[in-house]
Design a protein around this ligand. Structure first.
Ligand code: HEM
Length: 440
C-alpha cells in the first residue's frame, strides 16, 4: 500500500475552514496539493478527487467496493437502518423499496401540489418591503415533503408533525454527532438528553399517524402510504421504526437541499438580467393553463436549474469507505481508507467549463456533460434517489414564482453572496434579500 496523497495536517482548522467556506476550501486544497489530495476529518483522512477520470473509477467500481461513510458513528443518532448508512445487500434492498415513488408517472402526480404550495407561500410576500428568499424556499420545500412524501393532507396533523420534526432537526448537534462520548444524559440536562426526548415525542406522533392510516383502507398517493404496503425481497413489510427512520431521512435529505438550491437559483436569475429576461420569455410563451409536463420540458429553465447545481452544489463533496483495496491513479489504497469526491472541484474545472466561475446556463444548451463532470446528485450505487423529484420541484416552483411575481434583488455592498455549510448542506452565507414589486 502507498502513503496517502498530500493534504493539510490540522483537522480542527481544516474542518472549520471548510464549514465557513466549503467551495473555496476544497478548490484551494485541490490547487495546492494536486489531485487526489487528502482531507483531514474527524473520522480519519479522506482521499479526495475532483478529476473526472478518477471519479469514473470510483463510480464505476462494483458497489461492494464501498461501505457508507461514518455508519458506526452516525447510526445511534440517525437510526441503524437509515438508507444513507446502510451498505451492501441491505442498502440495495432498502433503495429498491424507496426509489420507485420518486420516478416517472408516480413523481409527476406531484406537479399540481408543487405549484399550489409555491403559490400559497409566494402569495404571502409583502409588497415593496425587503424579505428573505431562503426562508420562503425552506417553508415551500418542507410543506412539499410533508404532503408528497408523508401524505399529511390534514393541515392540523401536518402542522403538529412539522413542529415536532423541526424540534428534532434543531436538537441534532454536530457536537454529539461527531463526538460519541458526549452522548450522555446528565440527569436530563444535556443536548443528547433533549434530542432523545424530542425523538421519542416524534415516534409517538408518528405511531399515532401510522395506526390511523392502517385503519383506513384508502391509501393516498404519498410515499409513506405506498411504503405501508411495500414488501422487501424476502416479502417482509417495513417495521414502524424503519418507516420512521426512512421518512425522517427523506425529509432531511430532501428539505434543506432543495430549499438552498431554489434560493441560489432565484439569486442567480435576479443577479443576471440577461438570464432573467431569457427565462421569463420562455416561461411566458407557455399557455396560461398550467401543464407540469410542459414546464418540466422547458430547455432554458432546465439549463438554469442545472447551472445553479453546477456552480453552487449543495453537497460540495461526498464520501465512502473502502471495503476492499482500490488503486486510484498512482495510489494503492487499503481497505478501510475513506475516499471522497469533491463535486465542487469537478464543477469548477476550467477545462470542462471554460468560464467556470460565471453563471452561464447556456453551457447546458450547447453541451451535454458526463456523469463524472456534472454530478450534483452524486453517483454510482448511492446516487440521490430524489434527483428527478428535486429537478421537477426546482422547475415548477421557479416557474410558478417567476410567472406571477416580479422580484428584484437588493444590491449588496458586501459583494456576491458565498456559500457556508449549514448542517450538512452548502447554503447562502448571508440573507438573500429581495423586493416584491408590482408587475411592470
Ligand atoms: C436539489 C436537491 C438535492 C440535491 C442537490 C441532492 C444531492 C444529494 C447527494 C449529493 C447525495 C449523495 C449521493 C452520493 O453519495 O453519491 C444524495 C443522497 C440522497 N438523497 Fe438527495 N439531493 C437533493 C434532493 C433530495 C430529495 C428531494 C430527496 C428525497 C425526498 C433526496 C433523498 C436522498 C437520499 C435518500 C439519499 C441517500 C441515497 C443513498 O445513500 O443510497 N434528495 N442527495
Amino acid at each position: 500500500m502507498s502513503p496517502l496523497p498530500p493534504g493539510p495536517g490540522n483537522v480542527v482548522l481544516s474542518t472549520l475552514r471548510y464549514l465557513r467556506a466549503p467551495y473555496e476550501r476544497m478548490l484551494q486544497m485541490a490547487q495546492r496539493y494536486g489531485d487526489p489530495f487528502t482531507v483531514p476529518s474527524f473520522l480519519g483522512p479522506v482521499v479526495t478527487t475532483g478529476e473526472p477520470a478518477t471519479i469514473q473509477t470510483l463510480f464505476g467500481s462494483s458497489p461492494d467496493t464501498f461501505a457508507a461513510f461514518g455508519a458506526d458513528l452516525l447510526g445511534p443518532v440517525i437510526g441503524e437502518s437509515n438508507l444513507i448508512i446502510l451498505s451492501g445487500q441491505r442498502h440495495r434492498s432498502m433503495r429498491k423499496l424507496l426509489t420507485p415513488p420518486f420516478q416517472g408517472a408516480r413523481m409527476r402526480l406531484y406537479g399540481e401540489l408543487l405549484k399550489t404550495t409555491a403559490e400559497e407561500h409566494a402569495g404571502r410576500w409583502p409588497r415593496d418591503i425587503p424579505f428573505e428568499v431562503h426562508r420562503t424556499m425552506q417553508e415551500i420545500s418542507l410543506e412539499v415533503i410533508l404532503q408528497a412524501v408523508l401524505g399529511f393532507s390534514n393541515p392540523a396533523a401536518r402542522a403538529a408533525f412539522r413542529d415536532v420534526i423541526l424540534d428534532v432537526i434543531e436538537a441534532i448537534r454536530p457536537t454529539f454527532m461527531f463526538m460519541p462520548f458526549l452522548r450522555r444524559e446528565l440527569f436530563g440536562l444535556s443536548a443528547w438528553s433533549r434530542f432523545l426526548k424530542v425523538r421519542m415525542r416524534l415516534a409517538e406522533v408518528f405511531a399515532h399517524e401510522l395506526s390511523t392510516r392502517r385503519a383506513s383502507a384508502n391509501r393516498g398517493q404519498d410515499i409513506l402510504s405506498q411504503l405501508l404496503d411495500a414488501r422487501d425481497d424476502a416479502g417482509a413489510p417495513l417495521s414502524d421504526e424503519e418507516l420512521l427512520i426512512q421518512m425522517v431521512n427523506l425529509l432531511m435529505a430532501g428539505h434543506e437541499t432543495t430549499a438552498s438550491s431554489l434560493a441560489w437559483a432565484l439569486y442567480f436569475v435576479h443577479r443576471e438580467p440577461a438570464v432573467r429576461q431569457r427565462l421569463l420569455a420562455e416561461i411566458r410563451a407557455l399557455p396560461e393553463t398550467f401543464d407540469a409536463d410542459a414546464v418540466a420540458h422547458l430547455p432554458y429553465l432546465d439549463a438554469v436549474c442545472s447551472e445553479t447545481l453546477r456552480i453552487n452544489p449543495v453537497a460540495p463533496s461526498i464520501a465512502r469507505t473502502l471495503e476492499k483495496p482500490l488503486t486510484l491513479g498512482r495510489y494503492e489504497l487499503a481497505a478501510g481508507t475513506h475516499v471522497g469526491i469533491a463535486i465542487i472541484v469537478a464543477h469548477r474545472n476550467e477545462q470542462i467549463y471554460p468560464q467556470a466561475d460565471r453563471f452561464l446556463p447556456e453551457c447546458f444548451l450547447d453541451h451535454s456533460y458526463s456523469p463524472f463532470e456534472f454530478l450534483p446528485f452524486g453517483g454510482g450505487a448511492r446516487r440521490c434517489i430524489g434527483a428527478a423529484f428535486a429537478m421537477y420541484e426546482l422547475k415548477i416552483v421557479l416557474y410558478t414564482i417567476l410567472r406571477k411575481h416580479n422580484l428584484r434583488l437588493l444590491p449588496d455592498d458586501d459583494g456576491p453572496i458565498s456559500a457556508v455549510m449549514r448542517n450538512t448542506t452548502a447554503g447562502p452565507s448571508r440573507p438573500i434579500l429581495m423586493v416584491h414589486e408590482k408587475r411592470s
